[in-house]
Write a protein that binds this ligand. Structure first.
Ligand code: AMP
Ligand code: ZN
Length: 113
């Protein structure tokens, strides 16, 4: 499958790994929008939130557990952070492998859209 994040997970394309387990892979965003900008992705290919079903949604809960753990480890838990998923063209999704942006390390803008 010609998917950038599947290639990053497999190691075919290099990345700066932050965390990995049997279900998820986390790495630094190549174009950070905050002092801490990590992407957390399921290893299974799910194109976007539109493809989340009762069959594959357990990994989403796990991703939030990993987000909480990484936020603590990266020193942003106390001051706060944002976990964002873009879905589709209007939200600006550019990579169609579900991913969660973990953003923090500065006062984030209040505007959500
Ligand atoms: P989105 O716009 O929500 O689909 O987010 C895709 C994110 O992937 C963007 O923030 C990009 O900067 C990031 N990105 C694209 N290519 C790479 C790469 N090779 N390594 C790390 N992050 C990447
Ligand atoms: Zn993929």
């Amino acid at each position: 499958m010609d998917c950038l994040f599947c290639k990053i997970i497999s190691g075919e394309i290099p990345s700066k790994k932050v965390y990995e387990d049997e279900q998820v892979y986390a790495f630094y965003d190549i174009a950070p929008m905050a002092p801490v900008h990590v992407l957390i992705v399921p290893k299974v290919h799910i194109a976007s939130v539109n493809e989340v079903t009762s069959e594959n949604s357990a990994v989403i809960a796990h991703i939030y557990e990993v987000a909480a753990k990484l936020a603590k480890e990266l020193g942003i838990a106390e001051n706060g952070y944002r976990v964002i998923t873009n879905c589709g063209a209007d939200a600006g999704q550019t990579v169609f492998h579900l991913h969660f942006h973990l953003l923090g390390g500065k006062k984030l803008r209040v505007e959500m859209c």
